[in-house]
Write a protein that binds this ligand. Structure first.
Ligand SMILES: [Zn+2]
Length: 459
């Protein structure tokens, strides 16, 4: 009798398992491919039926959550164009759109979890998105930008995690419905995520590429001296140093520290077109980082037909070249660590305390060891050269400034850098639109973010 009861109970339990598997087959196995499109009415229905997951920073500080069917945002506005919004009339954007399925619990593992929760009479919930961002650094970057148009991107050099993104102008996602007309009519494009989508001429920060190349292929003799008369003619085009000033005699480190165009145009000729485009490959500048949210491709003039003059322009980051701040942060992080890493934004997807998905950098390209002399030269830029405003007592910072001419007013101010030089952890790219000199307007922003990173134990 007892054995019979046991057998019946076993069959009963087996029956439930079979039922669960059968019922969930079409939901779990066939469901997700149907549910990818965010405007899918079923997803909208899910929005009604379950509690959308939260978006949090790496330390668990809440950026967005749902209460009484309303999405509430409490992160800094500088990440609003990245986080995006989800709103009945205006739809979705940013991470809210890219990870809508996860936030609504539509991954197979989530669906199974919610199915069993349903059997137990519990409310189905979406999963939480834990970002790689640290809100303390975002707030420091936002404060440092002080409302000026531009962007800050910071990467963990060792992992590829994006620790900070700040973009300005921005918007309040809590007011997206009320402000919609104003936001879409605004010529400054506050909905645009400049850190990932902004395309700018890089100016002199692009000298990093030539600097790496001439050291890698040993095209500069030890102790070699260059002479700058303030301008140089290439193929009938004249390229001048900043404000036409002659730098006189200088060595490689000084040429980088003073950002001498004349020397770098000469070095680019030594490098040649083929090796220059090889460097573009090495640093994955033509490869778009896959972050789920929209990212712009860098605009790199085609190699075919690039003459000496356009190579010179390219070497000093002018001409037809346009780059995104995130790619410049990647380039800087690669010089700091010796590895080009794909960056990422979502650290973990969690339901309660259960980690459903843990992310890491999806591809790496190993560079040959970056020479200590290049790192020292970049440190010299911050200690003695144009990047002094990024310097912090007690921390070794390496970097490069850029003052990028553009057809839309004053030059864009750039700074890229990393710290600490001996054991790099954080790489930053800063751009301020139409601000003027990079050393004056972008380098101080980097300093404030590095300082906050020190306070938070990253450096
Ligand atoms: Zn010069």
């Amino acid at each position: 009798m007892k054995a019979n009861l046991k057998k019946t109970f076993f069959l009963f339990r087996l029956g439930i398992v079979v039922l669960i598997l059968a019922l969930s087959y079409w939901q779990i196995i066939t469901g997700p491919s149907l549910a990818i499109r965010p405007e899918n009415p079923r997803l909208l229905k899910q929005e009604e039926k379950l509690l959308r997951g939260r978006i949090l920073d790496r330390k668990g500080r809440v950026i967005s959550f749902t209460e009484n069917k309303e999405r509430i945002y409490q992160g800094p506005r500088a990440i609003a164009p990245l986080v995006g919004y989800t709103q009945a009339q205006r739809g979705q954007s940013g991470l809210e759109l890219a990870y809508s399925s996860e936030l609504l619990g539509q991954l197979p593992v989530q669906r199974f979890r919610n199915f069993t929760r349903g059997l137990l009479g519990l409310v189905p919930t979406g999963s939480d998105l834990y970002l790689t961002l640290d809100l303390s650094l975002v707030e420091a970057a936002e404060k440092a930008l002080a409302g000026r148009a531009g962007a800050v991107v910071g990467l963990d050099v060792q992992t590829g995690e994006i620790l900070v993104i700040a973009t300005s102008p921005n918007f309040s996602p809590n007011r997206i419905a009320e402000d919609w007309e104003l936001l879409t009519a605004d010529k400054k494009s506050p909905l645009l995520n400049r850190a990932l989508q902004g395309l700018y001429p890089p100016g002199s920060i692009f000298k990093l590429l030539t600097a790496y190349g001439v050291l890698k292929w040993e095209l500069v003799a030890p102790g070699e001296q260059f002479v700058c008369s303030g301008k140089i003619e290439i193929d009938g085009h004249t390229i001048s140093c900043y404000q036409g000033k002659a730098h006189g005699r200088l060595d490689f480190d000084e040429a980088l520290a003073k950002s001498c165009n004349v020397t770098f145009v000469q070095l680019a000729q030594r490098l040649g077109r083929e090796r220059f485009y090889e460097l573009i490959e090495f640093f994955a500048l033509a490869r778009k980082p896959d972050l789920g949210v929209p990212v712009s491709m860098c605009r790199i003039p085609p190699q075919k037909g690039a003459g000496a003059s356009s190579l010179s322009q390219l070497a000093i980051g002018q001409g037809a070249l346009l780059v995104t701040p995130v790619q410049m942060a990647m380039l800087t992080a690669a010089l700091a660590s010796g590895t080009v890493r794909s960056p990422y934004l979502v650290r973990e997807i969690k339901s309660g305390d259960v980690v459903l998905q843990k992310n890491e950098s999806s591809w790496q390209l190993e560079l040959e060891t970056v020479s200590a002399s290049l790192k020292n030269a970049l440190r010299y830029v911050v200690e003695q050269g144009t990047g002094q405003a990024a310097g912090i007592p007690g921390l070794s910072v390496a970097g490069k400034t850029g003052t990028a001419d553009n057809p839309h007013g004053r030059p864009h101010a750039w700074f890229v850098g990393f710290a600490p030089v001996e054991n790099p952890r954080l790489a930053l790219a800063v751009v301020v639109e139409n601000a003027g000199e990079g050393g004056r307007f972008a380098a101080p922003i980097a300093r404030l973010v590095f300082e906050e990173a020190m306070k938070n134990g990253y450096l």
